[in-house]
Design a protein around this ligand. Structure first.
Ligand SMILES: [Zn+2]
Length: 932
């Protein structure tokens, strides 16, 4: 699954997960009504655990579904072939919100075990259903459980749910689609809804002639009996969360890969022309993965479908991947450079899952990183190989910085964490599993080398195909010392060397332990003294020695071009670097997941180096230094003066990544003082940023020309310049906006600057109204997202209130979390957004589920703007008022941590910012005279 992140949130500390609570419209029937009286008296639910018993295993589901898109309901039957391992009278499985009308049990010859309809009991708290068989089911035998059931099509984004879209003639059409991960397959049909219960699925769907039915496998037979019935081929063995089916009237484009897999992209009929980029990318990436993993994609087809209402970014259902429209559709006229990167990365992520996740699945949700960390990391490997011009490696630093942002708060958790309830399971889909998982794999790949890493994961995928794996299985595969591949694949563990033991104990320190390490280095003669501890931005750990990592250190010096390596496995350590060495840069190209603090004159040496000759370091190393320095500042470990000195060289910086990293911190400072309404510092910082970056701002063109990297710089820089009120920027934006208005909103503005132009135009009443009009009628979600951001940037709070009121009619519910975060980011809107969240909290939870990405985005998006003790108290009081829900949510702790971090930052650094401003006035004066 890809999380849908609000772009404005990407720079924030990280987004956490939370809990799902049972808020379904149709709760299961009351158990007492469901129990037909038996001779022995009433039955009670036979199972008290959250996880299902292991002694009944599903082998094959025969599932028939008949959705009615007019009545918005469906009926179905399922016949599940079961392997019973112990004698029992009960079959316990999952179901949630389903009306089960009939239950019967059949033996291997399909003969009924009882002539009575069997009792069905429900335990809604555990989302389980139990069927009682009066005749004992014998261990070692196979049986068939047959159930008839029905339900409404869901109103939200889980289970089998309804989505709608509007045609250009104004007609609204329905479709029905599924989203099951992690625990919602049980909302669509009764099933053993845990990842280790892999089974085959034979699915049939009844539909009207006007519709198309899609599922994981291709159709093998169509029955026409007035009503159509599509029968799909038997699936491969897979987990229930990967099952998917859709009934819609979409159009598609198709192509075939070199190995013969038919790839199709589906979208609403009028959006069909925006599917071509995705088709090309999907074919290319699928071909790449087949080569890289050296395992053929096992299905004959792969469909990618843009669903109009979709909460996540995308979902990797085997053979039938579903996407949010903005994650799949690409419109050359309105999609920007970063839209292209996003679409490509999401497709790469979901296709990687076809192996990592679908073919080999984590045993349980505590190790969801084995799916998500890998898929996240494979995005970089595959897109780098297939679309080198997109320069996705530039974005890897952001992934690792996001992980560090989250992991350096007290409220972080280990990559592998216990998760039992649906709430806790949903909470696992967070920055730690995705981004930290990816960064730890990146470090491991550098440590092992590309070849060893690749052959290790291929071994892992082959050995555990169609089954489930633990962390340990991955380490065993990577450290395999078998002389022959077959030995390992047949289940032998050939390792006996130290390397195996070392790899496991090394990786356990990264996956079982929370936090990110900080390595402090001190020069002493020819030695470098090393010390490691947990890095925290809010408080110092009470017992820092509790944390210990095995850190594969790397460093570079001025005396050689080679990369030096050292495995640090103790709290303190030292390395010989040589007397003649001038500077040392530790953590080469930021391949390691740790921060570095340079003690003594270390930072001064590096500041001087950047000033004298910044290209002596790679752009990654420069970016890393900037990041580390400002992180240390936030933690109170380095003075803000030093960090600002470090970016004093930025005027000579020509690479987009370090430039945006340094500028990003200045922008963050600006936004925090702007929101706190500290006029003198706000004004001075604005003047300073515009003065210091004048040349690079002036170099930008208002076009879509140039490399991806140039386009990204232009887009972000001009957006900031206009936000800071830069006159030339505002004038150009206004000119472009007038052209757009004059064209009756039909002109396509350059996509990279469109959002900036709209935001400037939205400040006038007529501009705002025209934008809203265009938003209402546009069929391009990418275009609409840019307009929505502009509408939410208005300085008029009445307009912001109006925006929030448009959800459900003009603005899709799926976009509400983005909208709230956009309003909160607007200095005029942050209290408005927070009040909205408090007022409509229970409605929001009903719409999105408690643990969803959306709820987490809403909480983080609103509270991350706060930086005063009053606001902290207000947030705490609100969380206390919703204690029952808040206590299940890890994200509430993250929110409190974030506010505390902001408060501390202001306390520590406001004085420095004021003082530096006085010094800078002198700099600017000298500059004016020189230019004069
Ligand atoms: Zn994923």
């Amino acid at each position: 699954m890809v999380r849908f992140l609000v772009l404005a949130l990407l720079s924030l500390a990280g987004v956490t997960q939370t809990s799902a609570s049972p808020t379904q419209a149709s709760e299961p029937l009351n158990p007492t009504e469901e129990q037909p009286p038996l001779g022995t008296g009433s039955l009670s639910f036979p199972w008290s655990h959250l996880r299902l018993p292991g002694y009944i295993v599903p082998l094959h589901y025969h599932l028939l579904l008949h959705p009615n898109l007019t009545m918005l309901s469906y009926s179905g039957t399922v016949r599940i072939e079961l392997q019973v391992q112990n004698n029992t009278n009960w079959v316990v499985l999952h179901s949630k919100g389903l009306r089960i009308t009939t239950a019967t049990m059949l033996d291997q010859n399909l003969a009924h075990l009882s002539d009575k309809v069997l009792p069905v009991l429900h335990n809604p708290t555990h989302e389980q259903t139990a069927i009682f068989s009066p005749r004992v089911l014998s261990g070692g035998q196979k049986y068939f459980l047959f159930l008839e059931f029905g339900a409404e099509l869901g109103e939200g984004f889980y289970g089998f749910y309804r989505s709608t879209y509007r045609t250009s003639s104004g007609e609204t059409r329905n479709l029905a689609s599924t989203h099951f991960e992690p625990t919602s397959a049980r909302m669509a049909f009764p099933c053993f809804d845990e990842p280790s219960f892999k089974a085959n699925y034979s699915i049939s769907i009844r539909r009207s002639r006007a519709h198309t039915a899609l599922s994981n496998m291709p159709i093998v037979m169509v029955l026409d009996d007035g009503l159509m019935e599509d029968r799909f081929a038997v699936s491969v063995r897979m987990s229930s969360y990967l099952v998917a089916f859709i009934v819609c009237d979409f159009k598609s484009v198709s192509a075939t890969t070199a190995s013969g897999v038919k790839v199709s992209v589906y979208a609403a009929p009028e959006k069909w022309q925006h599917t071509h980029y995705a088709l090309k990318a999907a074919v290319k990436l699928l071909e790449f993965y087949e080569k890289y993993f050296n395992i053929k994609y096992p299905l004959p087809k792969q469909d990618l479908v843009a669903i109009p209402d979709f909460q996540a970014g995308a979902m990797e259902n085997w053979g039938l991947i579903t996407f949010r429209e903005t994650s799949l559709l690409f419109d050359p006229a309105t999609s920007s450079g970063s839209d292209r990167v996003w679409v490509t990365m999401v497709i790469a992520h979901e296709l990687a899952h076809q192996w990592f996740g679908n073919l080999v699945t984590m045993q349980w949700w505590n190790d969801i990183w084995l799916n998500e960390g890998f898929a996240r990391y494979m995005e970089y490997i595959s897109v780098n190989a297939t679309y080198p011009k997109l320069r996705v490696e530039d974005y890897l630093v952001d992934t690792c910085f996001a992980a560090i942002g989250r992991d350096s708060l007290n409220s972080s958790h280990p990559i592998s964490s216990a998760a039992e309830s649906p709430t806790q399971i949903e909470e696992m889909f967070d920055t730690v599993s995705y981004d930290k998982g990816a960064c730890v794999l990146h470090m491991l790949r550098h440590y092992l080398t590309d070849q060893v890493f690749q052959s290790g994961i291929v071994r892992y995928l082959r050995r555990y195909s169609y089954s489930n794996a633990h962390n340990q299985d991955l380490w065993d595969s990577l450290a395999n010392t078998c002389s022959k591949e077959e030995e390992f694949s047949s289940g032998e563990h050939c390792y006996s060397s130290r390397q195996h033991l070392d790899l496991t104990s090394m990786m356990n320190t990264w996956t079982l332990q929370t936090g990110v390490p900080l390595v402090t280095v001190t020069r002493q003669g020819s030695h470098l003294l090393l010390k490691q501890e947990r890095f925290l931005r809010t408080a110092h750990p009470s017992d820092p020695t509790w944390f210990l990592w095995h850190i594969p250190l790397t460093y570079r010096t001025d005396t050689s071009t080679s990369i030096h390596r050292h495995l640090m496995t103790t709290l303190t350590d030292s390395m010989e670097v040589g007397e003649e060495v001038g500077w040392v840069k530790v953590n080469v190209d930021m391949a390691g997941y740790y921060l570095v603090h340079y003690d003594g004159s270390g930072w001064d040496d590096l500041i001087q180096l950047l000033k004298d000759n910044h290209t002596a370091l790679t752009f990654m190393d420069r970016t890393h230094l900037i990041h580390n320095a400002f992180q240390l500042t936030t933690a109170g470990r380095l003075s803000l003066d030093k960090a600002l000195d470090l970016i004093g060289y930025l005027r000579s910086e020509s690479h987009t990544v370090p430039l945006l990293e340094g500028l990003g911190y200045l922008e963050a400072f600006y936004r925090i003082v702007e929101r706190r309404d500290i006029p003198d510092v706000t004004q001075n910082l604005r003047t300073y940023i515009l003065w210091y970056f004048r040349d690079v701002i002036d170099r930008q063109t208002w076009s879509d020309k140039g490399s991806v990297s140039e386009r990204r710089l232009r887009s972000e820089l001009l957006s900031l310049a206009c936000h800071l009120g830069d006159l030339p920027c505002l004038k150009q934006a206004q000119r472009s906006f007038t052209h757009w208005l004059d064209s009756n909103s039909t002109l396509n503005l350059p996509a990279d600057v469109a959002e900036t132009v709209y935001s400037v135009g939205a400040q006038e009443d007529t501009g705002w109204a025209s934008l809203l009009q265009t938003y209402t009628h546009s069929l391009s979600e990418t275009h609409k997202r840019k307009i929505l951001s502009a509408l939410a940037s208005s300085r008029d709070t009445n307009k912001l209130t109006r925006c929030l009121g448009l959800e459900g009619e003009v603005i899709r519910t799926q976009d509400l979390d983005s909208l709230i975060a956009m309003v909160a980011r607007n200095p005029r809107g942050r209290h408005l957004a927070w009040s909205y969240v408090q007022k409509y909290w229970s409605t929001l939870v009903d719409k999105f589920q408690l643990g969803s990405f959306s709820i987490r985005n809403i909480i983080i998006g609103t509270t991350a703007q706060f930086s005063s003790t009053e606001e902290l108290t207000e947030v705490r009081v609100f969380f206390e008022s919703i204690h029952e829900q808040a206590s299940q949510l890890r994200v509430t702790e993250v929110a409190m941590d974030n506010i505390q971090k902001n408060i501390l930052w202001l306390q520590r650094n406001l004085g420095t910012l004021r003082k530096r401003e006085r010094d800078r006035e002198g700099d600017r004066e000298r500059d004016r005279q020189r230019r004069g």
